[in-house]
Ligand binder design. Structure first.
Ligand code: PAF
Length: 279
């Protein structure tokens, strides 16, 4: 695997790369990322990963400083997964001057759910992904569906800017007890880790109720949030939404069970976890 720290370096190395498949990450790689890397191989000639902890998508007081940086271990995993190139720029390489030109996703996509609790987050994500696409110039890029809203925002960005990149979803990878793999799981204490799979269990419970014909989404949402609170979580949201645009389903959508997704974000101690299940 070739490692590139500069924009001219990675551009030069990819000049004859054929069809490029790109998997952007913030590092601290787990099996979810590695599954994306392996999946990437089937979509092109050259697999390029990036590692960059993007300050623009963190709010003051969030975990930008303490976000785990595990570069050596990450490189070993990427080599094992067969990645061809890694772009790992420092901050001054990607942001040599303050980033004044930004991608501003529409409020209806970016100010709901995650965006309500992390204002500006999707502006930061969309801006860095647009910039990384400009540098790597991939023909395809993979994003995990654990970050469901991110996948929706980035797919919409690519569609509306007519970017020549196929956006490919990766399934969420879970621990045997159901907890979605996430770099932030490492923040959990042993006691919190034992409670954490409950988030997935409550999503499953909600999905099961909807599949069984329950259409009282508001009651299902508040019942699940109440259970979370009773176990010590501080839920930000647990919401049944339409997959297509993450809006609340209307009465007529309610029949379209296959078009729904249940999304949740909740804090356990100092750790904020997100998860979702498609119906
Ligand atoms: O999902 C992530 O790790 C990040 O949001 C991404 C897409 C790499 C942008 O920084």
């Amino acid at each position: 695997m070739q490692i590139h720290e500069t924009i001219p370096g990675v551009r030069a190395a990819l000049r004859t790369a054929g069809r490029i498949v790109f998997v952007p990450t913030m590092g601290n790689l787990h099996e979810g990322h590695i599954t994306l890397m392996r999946q990437a191989r089937a979509h092109g000639d050259t697999v390029v990963a990036s590692i960059f902890v993007n300050r623009l998508q963190f709010r003051p007081g969030e975990d930008f400083e303490k976000y785990p940086r595990t570069f050596t271990a990450d490189c070993e995993k990427l080599i094992t997964a067969g990645v061809d190139h890694l772009f790992a720029p420092g901050e001054t390489e990607l942001y040599p001057e303050p980033q004044r030109y930004v991608v501003e996703p529409p409020a209806e996509h970016a100010d709901i759910l995650e965006g309500e609790f992390r204002p500006g987050h999707f502006r930061g994500v969309a801006t860095v992904v647009m910039k990384l696409f400009g540098i790597i110039q991939p023909q395809a890029a993979l994003f995990g569906k654990k970050d469901y809203q991110q996948f929706m925002v980035l797919s919409s960005m690519v569609r509306e800017f007519a970017l020549a990149v196929d956006i490919i979803p990766g399934e969420t990878v879970r621990a045997p007890d159901g907890l979605a793999l996430s770099s932030r799981n490492g923040y959990l204490s042993a006691d919190e880790r034992a409670v954490a799979p409950q988030l997935h269990r409550l999503l499953q419970q909600t999905v099961t109720a909807i599949r069984a014909g329950n259409r009282d989404f508001t009651s299902l949402e508040s019942a699940a949030m109440t259970e979370l609170r009773a176990s010590g979580w501080l839920p930000d949201y647990l919401a049944v939404r339409r997959k297509i645009d993450l809006k609340s389903p209307t009465a007529s959508d309610s029949a379209l069970v296959g078009g729904l997704v249940v999304l949740a974000a909740a804090r356990l101690g100092n750790t904020r976890l997100i998860d979702n299940l498609e119906i």
